[in-house]
Write a protein of this length. Sequence first.
Length: 279
Amino acid sequence: MKKYLVIGNPIDHSLSPRLHNYWFKENNIDAIYEKKQIKESDIEGIISEMRNGKIDGINVTVPFKKSVIPFLDELDNLAKKTQSVNTIYKDKNKVIGTNTDILGFELSLSSTKFLSLKIKNEVKGKKILILGAGGVTSSIIFALEQMEASTIMLSNRTKEKAENLKKLFPQLELIKWGDIKNFDIIINTTSLGLKESDKIPINYDQIGSGKLFYDVIYNPSKTNFLLEAEKRGHQIKNGKMMFVYQAQEAFRRWTITPNVYAGLVPSVNKKALQLLEND
C-alpha cells in the first residue's frame, strides 16, 4: 500500500485526507493519505522517509512551504519562481518539490463571477490587495501576474517577509499593515481566520462597495474576514476550490507512471465537494 501525507502545524483543519482517500478509492488505487502535525525539526526525517520509499508523496501546508526546500533534491520551475513548495513527488529516485497552488488559485477564480463577468477576465487591469506574506502568497502573486493584474499591493505584519517577496516580485507595492488603499479584490493569505476569535485589523466601513473578498482559508468556510465583508454587501469567496484544484493537480502528479504518462485527473464531482462540507 502506498502512503501519502500532508504536513503542517496546525493540521487539524486540513480536509486533504477526506479528498485524497476518496480519489484513491474511486480510482482503485491501494493507498492511504494521512495528516501529520510536525515541527520544523521533523522535516529532514520525513523527507528521508520519502527518499527511502516509506512515503510516496507529500503535501505541505502552513508554515513549511519554504522551509522544506533545503531538504529536497530539486525544484521544478514553478517552485523555483515562487520559492514555495506545496507538493513533493519522486522521479527517478529524486525527491522533487512543485507548486500546485498556482493552478489551484487560477482555476478557483475562473468559476467566480465578479461584476457580472468571469473573474479570469476581470483580473486583467484590476487592483489587488494581498494581506499576508506566508508560504502561499508568492503563488498567488505569480498567478495574478500571469492574469495581468494592473497593481498588486501587499500588506504584512512583518516587514522583513514583505520585503523578501518584493525581491522575488519587484513590481509589488508594499503598504503598512492595517492600511487600506483602493482595490478591486482583496485576498487574505494569512492564517488569521483558522480560529473563530481571529480578526484582521482593517476598517471595513472605509472600503467602498462592490469588492471581492477572497480568503485562502476553507475551513471554516466563512472566516470573520468574509463574514464582515458579506454583512456590507461585498462578494465573498473562500479557498475551497483553490484547495480542491491544487489537490487535483497533486494527485495527477503522483499518479504519473510509465503506463500513465500524464497521470490520473480525479473527478471534482458533487460527492467529492460534499466531503469538504463542515461537520
